[in-house]
Design a binder for this molecule. Structure first.
Ligand SMILES: C[S@@+](CC[C@H](N)C(=O)[O-])C[C@H]1O[C@@H](n2cnc3c(N)ncnc32)[C@H](O)[C@@H]1O
Length: 274
């Protein structure tokens, strides 16, 4: 494999990065070469291929599963309640204000680029807490991602290891209230929450399915993987998917400051459809 890894430079590297861009929209820098090589390496063995170039040839000729490749190249890091300020806003400002204006409507939330579902499930827990105080409150959460492996995990509603341990430390009451420990030591989300959650595959570079309009979209820690032009394309897709005055929430290191968009800045990471 040292041989094969060595070859991932020059033309082969350019071809691979082009394949990444074509199939995911991700603009990957050349310095990510070692990470890419490490992720593809086990695939070569499984497919009985000799070198990275063989794999690239097969990808270009559509002879290996493109979805497998997409799943390999995405970075899926996520946590429950990532970035506390966003959750403080959603719980203490957004929900009470939205409900006051829309007491008889279903709140529609989109966790776009949901990865393994921690964000969507965090939204579910906060919405359930709100519903406890306001029994007529109704919500629906949609989660989407381009990666089918993470979507399968998100749909299972089963969590374990680091992400669940973190939640136990930060919010043991939520774990107690909204999860059931299973015989194998994993934790399954309560059916009360999963009944309001749905996951679907979606590439953010494409228009969202027609007829899906949201009150609030969480588009977090994904714009960073796209170049400026593609970020604006994704943002205009999000704009179309929001209801009038809908809100857009970004990740901790993201901002629309240098982009031409129709969003209005409300506070750091929080924008309104203009
Ligand atoms: C770092 S995770 C962020 C997860 C979550 N939003 C958060 O903030 O914790 C980025 C996710 O974006 C997804 N992604 C990358 N490119 C995408 C695209 N073009 N369309 C949809 N999802 C994409 C990846 O598969 C990955 O699960």
């Amino acid at each position: 494999m040292a041989e094969a890894a060595k070859k991932l430079e020059g033309a082969a590297l350019t071809r691979l990065l082009t394949l990444v861009k074509t199939h995911t929209g991700i603009t990957m820098e050349e310095r990510k070469r070692d990470m890419l090589t490490a992720r593809i390496k086990p695939r070569l063995r499984l497919l009985g291929l000799e070198s990275l170039e063989d794999y690239i040839d097969q990808l270009e000729q559509g002879k290996v599963e493109i979805q497998d490749f997409v799943n390999l190249v995405t970075t899926n890091e996520t946590h429950f309640f990532r970035t506390q300020t966003v959750w403080d806003y959603f719980q203490n400002e957004y929900l009470p204000e939205w409900y006051k204006k829309n007491p008889d409507t279903i709140l529609r939330i989109w966790s776009a680029a949901s990865s393994t579902g921690e964000e969507a499930h965090s939204l579910g827990m906060v919405c359930e807490e709100f519903r406890f105080k306001h029994p007529s409150f109704k919500y629906k959460i949609m989660g989407s991602d381009i990666d089918t492996n993470v979507l399968a995990k998100a749909r299972s509603g089963v969590f374990k290891d680091r992400t669940l341990d973190e939640l136990k430390k930060r919010n043991p009451v939520f774990v107690e209230k909204y999860f059931r420990e299973q015989a194998d030591g994993t934790f399954r989300i309560s059916p009360v929450i999963s009944a309001n959650l749905e996951f679907f595959q979606h590439n953010l570079h494409k228009a969202a399915p027609k007829g899906l309009l949201f009150d609030i979209v969480f588009l977090r820690n994904v714009l960073i993987y796209f170049n400026d032009q593609d970020q604006e394309l994704v943002l205009s897709n999000m704009h179309r998917s929001l209801k009038p005055e809908g809100m857009l929430i970004l990740g901790e290191s993201e901002s629309l400051a240098r982009h031409k968009t129709q969003f209005i800045f409300k506070k750091p990471l929080i924008y309104m459809k203009g």
